[in-house]
Write a protein that binds this ligand. Sequence first.
Ligand code: 3LM
Length: 404
Amino acid sequence: MVRMAKQDDSLATDQWGFSTRAIHSQNHSSHEHGALNPPIYYTSTYGFESAEQCAARFSGDEPGMIYSRITNPTVQLLESRLANLENGEAAVAFGSGMGAISSLVWTFLRPNDEVIVDATLYGCTHSLVNHILPEFGIKVHPLDLTDPNNLKIYLNSNTKLVFFETPANPNMRLIDIAKVAETVKANCSAMVVVDSTYCTPYLQRPLDLGADMVIHSLTKYLNGHGDVIAGAAIGTNEAMTLMRKVGLKELTGACLSPMDAYLVLRGIKTLPIRMEKHCASATKIAAFLESHPQAASVAYPGLTSHPAHKLANRQMKLPGAMIAFEAKGGVEHGRQFMNRLTLWTRAVSLGDAESLAEHPASMTHASYTAEERKAHLISEGLVRLSVGLEDVDDLIKDLDQALG
Ligand code: 3LM
């Protein structure tokens, strides 16, 4: 007999551990033929039984599918699994991480609103919030949120959004989610939104720490295989309804394809074991780099030398698998190092099985001007490593020969 783990099983999904939920949570009992994997619903539209049903679906009186820009059963399974893993009420999937972030800002911000962001953001997020939002009459304050007290100067009744990444891309600064959320809530009703892409819910769950919404680029660890571009937002039912009905449906249209939703669901099944291996290898590599005579500095939350090492222990299950380091000899030596790598791939993105190396100042963070990079704490010589799933000794050998 085929036994499918279902939401309505006597063992409630909230009693399951993370790995079990990553594989089984919200499985539909309706999978035909007992198929182990969910069907990929390749359809743009859905037929209705009557004109009355059409009207009821559109008015929201009857739940169900209307059109795949808004909902699709395969995408919906991914959304409910993500909500389950992040301990959120609901989730919305998007065609990219930037689709999620742009849907967030266009859904919730209007002229004269104020936004507080951390000084360090992924390059395209930086462009959107620091360059584009001000053109729409939105006031943006980039602050150093590693000290949540900095918030108090700017929080006021116009502040609608406080947004940050932790760890921050690319310099690995860590922000205390609980402290930021507590400070914001004590002063105004702004939403606290955390881009937790570097961590995934396996390492860090911002909603449990008081944040209102979590953003992910699913392109990275959650999918984990470097073959999909996807994003998601997770939060309350109310906020996710607005993200779907305003942000996704009417503003960005950044919907996720059912095939890509299927691939991310497949990736998530192995997320816990992948993250364990990513983090174990990164811990070894960070220690190797820190002791290397050619490395000038290494930023990795698992190192006791990281200024927020204690916060990392509190806030993250493991220190992640992203490392920022600078070679002695600055930009020029960093360039030579990158060119000498043979096993590591010179590429943007992160969280893949393949180990990747990139130079933020000329690649992911080239949308900052040189002055902005300085002001936003991104050093010109920084090299960013995304530690993959290869044998760690092979990765270390390649780093060693490339450092020279
Ligand atoms: C990168 N980052 O190499 P997508 N939030 C964070 C991210 O790191 C990213 C996004 C959102 C990289 C992509 S750069 C040309 C390649 C913390 C993406 C946006 O839209 O799914 O790429 O996510 O750092």
